[in-house]
Design a protein around this ligand. Structure first.
Ligand code: PA5
Length: 428
C-alpha cells in the first residue's frame, strides 16, 4: 500500500495552524463520504470501486486483447482527462524501447497541424514488408464535442474510412457519454463500437473507466489487477486514511501560509507522465476562486539541471511532493574499467538503483535544508496493483484537499473561458 510521510514538511507549520487545517480536512472527508459537498453528483469515481463492474472489465479486456493481437498502430484520440490517465499508466508499466504489441500514438490532445499531418502520412506509409499498417482508433470524449479531439477524429476517421471502407467501424471505437454530444450522433450513423463514460465520473477522475482502461489494456497491462489495486486502496482509506489526511492537512496549512507551488518530483523517468496526470487532476480541481497550489512536475535528476537551482535557492514559495518507488526494477550495475580513466571505479559494482536512491536522498536533504517542505509518497514496487493504489490515493487526496479549501473539486468553469474566446475568433 502507498506510504505517505509528511515528517520533513511538518516543521514548517505551527501546531495551531496544522490542527486548524486538520479539522477542515476531517470535515472535508466526511463531506465526501456522505456525498454532502458541492459537486457530489460527480463522486462516481468512488462508486465504481465500491461496486466493481466485472462484466465491463472483462469486455474491455477482451477488446484490448483483440486490438493488441491485430493492430500495428493504436491511436488514442482525446485531451485532458480523456488521455492523461491512460498515458500515465502505460508509460509507468511499459518498456521504454521495443515494446511488444501495437505502437500507441496520441492524437486530439492539441491542434498542431504539423503533428497531425505527419501522423496521417505515417499511417498511410506501408510497413517495411510493403503491407499496410493495421490501424485502430479509439476516440475518447465524454462531452463528444471537444474541438481538439473532434478535429483530429474527423481527419483520422476519414483516413480509416478510405482504408477500410465498410469495415472502418471494426477499427473505430468510441468512448463517450451515454447520450448527447455530436459524437453520439456520428456513432449512431456509422455504427461504431461504443463504451460509455459514467455520467457521475468527470474526465480527470475517469482513468479507471473504459476511458483509461481500453488503451491500458491494449498496451498489455492487466487492467483487472490495476482496478483491484485501486479497490484495495478504496477499502483501506475508508477504514484508515490517517497518512492521506495528514498530507491533505499539510497542503491546506501550506496553502494558508501563502506558498503557491507544489512540485511533484520523481527520480523514476517511468513516472514522468504520472506527474502529468497528477498535475491535471489537482490543477483543474483546486485552481478556482483565486485559490489553490499550482501543481508543477519535475523528473529528477534530469530537472535538477534545469529547475533544481530555483527549487534550492529561488523564491521560497514552494513545497515538494516526492513520488518514490522502493524496489529496484532494474539490476543494471556500473561496470569496472581497468584504466579508470573516467574516475568512476568508486561506483563500480553499485546498481543504478542504488546510485539513483542516493541522488534522491541527497536531493531531499539539500532541498529540505533550502527550506522546502517535503512530503514523501512511497510505493513498494512499480506494478499494476501499486499504480492502481496510487491513482486512488491522489484522487481521494484531491477530493478531500479541495473540499478543505471550501471549493467544488469536480467542475472546471474557467476552462470555458478560452473556449468561448476561441470559438468567437473562429466565427462559430
Ligand atoms: O477533467 C476534465 O473534465 C477535462 O480535462 C476533460 O477530460 C477534457 O476537457 C476533455 O473533455 P472531453 O472528454 O469531454 O472531450
Amino acid at each position: 500500500m502507498i506510504k505517505c510521510n509528511i515528517g520533513l514538511a511538518r516543521k514548517f507549520i505551527k501546531d495551531d495552524a496544522y490542527f486548524k487545517a486538520r479539522k477542515k480536512v476531517d470535515a472535508a472527508f466526511e463531506q465526501l463520504k456522505t456525498k454532502s459537498g458541492p459537486g457530489s453528483e460527480w463522486l462516481g469515481w468512488r462508486d465504481i470501486l465500491a461496486g466493481p463492474n466485472d462484466a465491463e472489465l472483462e469486455q474491455v479486456s477482451a477488446l484490448g486483447s483483440e486490438i493488441r493481437k491485430n493492430a500495428d498502430v493504436f491511436i488514442v484520440c482525446g485531451i485532458g482527462g480523456s488521455y492523461l490517465g491512460a498515458k500515465a499508466v502505460i508509460d509507468a508499466l511499459s518498456s521504454h524501447f521495443g515494446s511488444k504489441g501495437p505502437e500507441i500514438i496520441y492524437a486530439g490532445h492539441h491542434i498542431g497541424g504539423k503533428y497531425l499531418e505527419e501522423l496521417l502520412q505515417y499511417l498511410k506509409t506501408p510497413k517495411d514488408d510493403g503491407s499496410s499498417k493495421n490501424i485502430y482508433l479509439n476516440v475518447i470524449s465524454k462531452s463528444g464535442s471537444t474541438l481538439e479531439t473532434a478535429l483530429a477524429f474527423r481527419m483520422l476517421r476519414e483516413l480509416l474510412e478510405d482504408l477500410y471502407d465498410e469495415d472502418a467501424s471494426e477499427h473505430i471505437i468510441c468512448t463517450t457519454g451515454k447520450e448527447g454530444g455530436v459524437l453520439n450522433k456520428v456513432i449512431k450513423e456509422k455504427g461504431y463500437r461504443k463504451f460509455v463514460v459514467p455520467e457521475n465520473v468527470g474526465g480527470r477522475f475517469s482513468v479507471l473507466t473504459p476511458v483509461g482502461l481500453l488503451p491500458i489494456s491494449v498496451a498489455g497491462i492487466d487492467i483487472r489487477t490495476l482496478f483491484y489495486g485501486a479497490v484495495s486502496a478504496y477499502n483501506k482509506y475508508d477504514e484508515d486514511a490517517e497518512e492521506l489526511l495528514e498530507y491533505a492537512a499539510l497542503r491546506n496549512a501550506i496553502h494558508e501560509s501563502g506558498k503557491t507551488i507544489d512540485v511533484f518530483a520523481t527520480f523514476e523517468p517511468e513516472l514522468s507522465s504520472m506527474g502529468g496526470w497528477i498535475q491535471q487532476l489537482l490543477g483543474e480541481s483546486e485552481g478556482k476562486e483565486g485559490k489553490g497550489i499550482f501543481p508543477a512536475v519535475a523528473t529528477f535528476s534530469t530537472d535538477l539541471h534545469s529547475l533544481g537551482q530555483f527549487i534550492q535557492q529561488g523564491k521560497r514559495s514552494l513545497m515538494e511532493t516526492f513520488i518514490i518507488v522502493d524496489k529496484p526494477f532494474s539490476k543494471l550495475a556500473v561496470n569496472e574499467l581497468k584504466e579508470d580513466d573516467d574516475k568512476l571505479n568508486y561506483l563500480a559494482g553499485k546498481s543504478f538503483h542504488e546510485i539513483n536512491t542516493k541522488a534522491r536522498e541527497g536531493t531531499i536533504e539539500a532541498h529540505s535544508e533550502g527550506d522546502v517542505p517535503i512530503v514523501k509518497v512511497q510505493m513498494t514496487a512499480l506494478n499494476a496493483e501499486s499504480i492502481g493504489q496510487l491513482i486512488y490515493f491522489f484522487e481521494l487526496m484531491t477530493g478531500i484537499f479541495v473540499y478543505s479549501l471550501g471549493i467544488n473539486p469536480f467542475n472546471q468553469p474557467g476552462v470555458e473561458d478560452y473556449k468561448k474566446a476561441m470559438y468567437r475568433l473562429l466565427g462559430k
